[in-house]
Design a protein around this ligand. Structure first.
Ligand SMILES: NC(=O)c1ccc[n+]([C@@H]2O[C@H](COP(=O)([O-])OP(=O)(O)OC[C@H]3O[C@@H](n4cnc5c(N)ncnc54)[C@H](OP(=O)(O)O)[C@@H]3O)[C@@H](O)[C@H]2O)c1
Length: 298
C-alpha cells in the first residue's frame, strides 16, 4: 500500500483529498496530512524531511489570495513557485511520485476554444505568474509528476463562490452576478477523486485538466445553485465584471480542454451541473457563513 503525503492539508482541496483517500480504502496510517502549521513548503529542509518515507505526494499547498497577490507577489512566489520547487526536488530525490496542483489562471482567458494541456502559458495576474513559475519548476525538476490544473473550485472546506452565493441568497432578495466570465465550476471532491484515479490508474505523467465537463458563467452557476436550493433563479440578475473592479484581472474564458482524459481510459470529472447537484446534496452550501469571496453583490 502506498504512503500518501498531502501538503496544505488544511485547505479546501487538501481536506477533501483526505476524505476521498479514506473513502477509497486507504488506511488512515498510510495518509499523512500536513497543514501549513505542520509544514511550510518554503522551508526546503523541512520539505525534504517530510517527503521521506512517502510514495505519493500531493502538493495542495498554495498562496491562493488572488487579489492580495497583486500587492505581495514575492510572498505568493515563495509559496507557489519556490515551495513547489522544494516539493519537486524532494520527490525527485526520494523517488516519490508527485501530484502538483495548478490553475486556469496560468492562461490569459482570451481564447475562444478550450485551452489544450500544452497551450502556452500567458498569465494575467501576479497569482497566475507565480503558479506558472511553479509549473515550470515542477516540470524542470521532477518530470515524473502529474501536473493537475483545476479551476473555479468550491467545496465544504473553505470560502468559495458557491458558498458566498448561498449566503447572499439568505440575505438579499436579488443578487447581481457577472455573466461575462466563462469557466468550469468544479467540486473539490471531484478533483480529489480524479487525482486518486490518476495515481492509482498509473496514468501517464504530464499535464491533466481536472475540471468539470461543460462550461458556465458565474451567473449560470448561481442560477443553477438557486434552482438546486429550491430558490427562484429569477432573483439572480446578470451583470458585467466592470461593475466589480478587483485588484487582479480575471480570465474571461477559463475553459480547459480534456484531451488527456479523452486519450486515457480513465473516468473524467462529471458535468458541472451534475457535480454541483451532488455537492449541494452533500451539504456544500449549508451554513455558508464564510466571508464573501468575490464578484458578488446585491
Ligand atoms: N480555489 C480555486 O478556485 C482554485 C482554482 C484553481 C486552482 N486552485 C489550486 O488548487 C490548489 C488547492 O487550492 P485550495 O482551493 O484548496 O486553496 P486553499 O483552501 O487556500 O488551500 C491552500 C492551503 O495551502 C496552505 N498554505 C499556504 N501557504 C503555505 C505554505 N507556505 N506552506 C504550506 N502550506 C501553505 C494554506 O494555509 P493557510 O490557509 O493557513 O494560508 C491552505 O491551507 C492550489 O494549488 C490552488 O492554486 C484553486
Amino acid at each position: 500500500m502506498a504512503h500518501w503525503l498531502v501538503t496544505g492539508s488544511g485547505g479546501m482541496l487538501g481536506l477533501d483529498l483526505q476524505v476521498v483517500l479514506a473513502l477509497s480504502g486507504v488506511p488512515e496510517e498510510d495518509v499523512t496530512g500536513l497543514t501549513r502549521a505542520d509544514l511550510d513548503v518554503t522551508d526546503a529542509q523541512a520539505v525534504r524531511d517530510a517527503v521521506r518515507g512517502h510514495d505519493v505526494v500531493v502538493n495542495c499547498a498554495a498562496y491562493t489570495k488572488v487579489d492580495e497577490a497583486e500587492a505581495d507577489e514575492a510572498t505568493a512566489f515563495a509559496v507557489n513557485a519556490v515551495g513547489a520547487a522544494h516539493v519537486a526536488d524532494a520527490c525527485r530525490a526520494t523517488g516519490a511520485r508527485l501530484v502538483h496542483v495548478s490553475t486556469d489562471y496560468v492562461f490569459s482567458g482570451d481564447a475562444t476554444e478550450p485551452y489544450a494541456e500544452d497551450a502556452p502559458l500567458s498569465p494575467l495576474s501576479a497569482y497566475g505568474r507565480t503558479k506558472a513559475a511553479g509549473e515550470w519548476a515542477v516540470q524542470a525538476r521532477c518530470p515524473e509528476a502529474w501536473l493537475v490544473r483545476t479551476a473555479w473550485l468550491y467545496g465544504a472546506g473553505g470560502p468559495n463562490f458557491v458558498r458566498t452565493m448561498a449566503r447572499l441568497a439568505d440575505r438579499h432578495e436579488t443578487i447581481s452576478v457577472v455573466d461575462d466570465q466563462r469557466g468550469q465550476p468544479t467540486w473539490t471532491m471531484d478533483v480529489a477523486r480524479a487525482i486518486v484515479r490518476l495515481v492509482e490508474g498509473q496514468a501517464p505523467y504530464g499535464v491533466w485538466h481536472a475540471t468539470s465537463q461543460g462550461e458556465a458563467t458565474k451567473y449560470d452557476l448561481t442560477r443553477e445553485l438557486f434552482r438546486l436550493l429550491g430558490l427562484d433563479p429569477g432573483r439572480v440578475r446578470p451583470t458585467t465584471s466592470d461593475q466589480f473592479p478587483l485588484p487582479a484581472p480575471r480570465p474571461a474564458y477559463s475553459v480547459l480542454g480534456h484531451d488527456a482524459w479523452r486519450m486515457s481510459r480513465l473516468e473524467r470529472l462529471p458535468d458541472w451541473r451534475e457535480g454541483l447537484a451532488a455537492a449541494v446534496a452533500d451539504g456544500v452550501a449549508d451554513e455558508a457563513t464564510d466571508e464573501a469571496t468575490d464578484e458578488a453583490a446585491q
